[in-house]
Design a protein around this ligand. Sequence first.
Ligand code: F6P
Length: 337
Amino acid sequence: MHNGSSLLEFTQAECTRLGFDDDLAGVIADISSACAAISKLVRHGKLAGNFAAERGTNIQDEAQKELDFLANDILIDHADRGGHLIAVASEEMEESLAFSPHKADEKARGNYLLVFDPLDGSSNIEVNGPVGTIFSVLRAPNGARGLDAEFLQPGTNQLCAGYVLYGTSTEMVVTFGKGIAVFTLDSDDDLFKATDHRLIIDDDTSEYGINASNQRFWEAPVQRYISEILAGKDGPRGRDFNMRWAGAMVADVHRVLSRGGLFTYPIDEKIRAKGGRLRLMYEANPMSMIMEQAGGLASTGYGRIMEIMPSDLHQRVPVILGAKNEVQRLIDYHSAT
Ligand code: F6P
């Protein structure tokens, strides 16, 4: 049930309440219109073409699908036209993209930077599974020109973060650092409207998500944590757990937000040289902000994700997030080794 305000009304109210200028509200309006367009495209599926067709590899040597490019272009187009951002950075682009300054007679661009993963979980495209968009908004330093270095700020600097899940319905979760809010896209008028959702994650859970095919590469603390869970009622945890893995971070995080749980993509021997699987600036940081704002925790196992000082736009990190007591237990196992 739609319970009152639209995303745009909510954003305006939050920006006024928290003392942010209209440009920040404008950034969210641009993201929401872009995501409504992406949603429309996703919903057309194969009728609109072969979204799963590979069109190359990104900076991280991962296959880029047609829909990755389309979603990226849509976000860039809306962000540029809106005029509220100095620059954007994306999973799909090696370097950040600075927007050209507005002409002298136009309003100056807003002093913000936007980082996004335009289409998270794109391996789900070919199986008609859930995909998403993840975003993070940072303040541009004074005199910013949209250089990569200006984006390299810790997650604690995020002014706003969120994601859009293109699932059975299209939902947006957003935070300005004072709790979270959830909206559903109304396909009749392309507006995101507030809908009922759990806004707090329970401290305890009996559900977790991990790609178990990497088990032989995990470090000792993760081996211990998962083996104790798998032992179920008869093991040290004294209860049975359930496992879920959608293969798209947006969908897995949304499940944690919806019914509790722990989600992890830990460091393992296979990906050690890369630093982890998930990207800090446009996956781990925004999701960590949402988790923390919902009362959960987000850690690498060795420290709080949002306190990492990024050294690269596409830096990867280990991720453990969700229910406070479960994440803390896994952190404790890391400290104990
Ligand atoms: O962006 C990376 C990503 O697609 C995440 O959305 C997801 O959590 C993860 O990779 C899935 O990884 P794997 O294919 O190893 O299960």
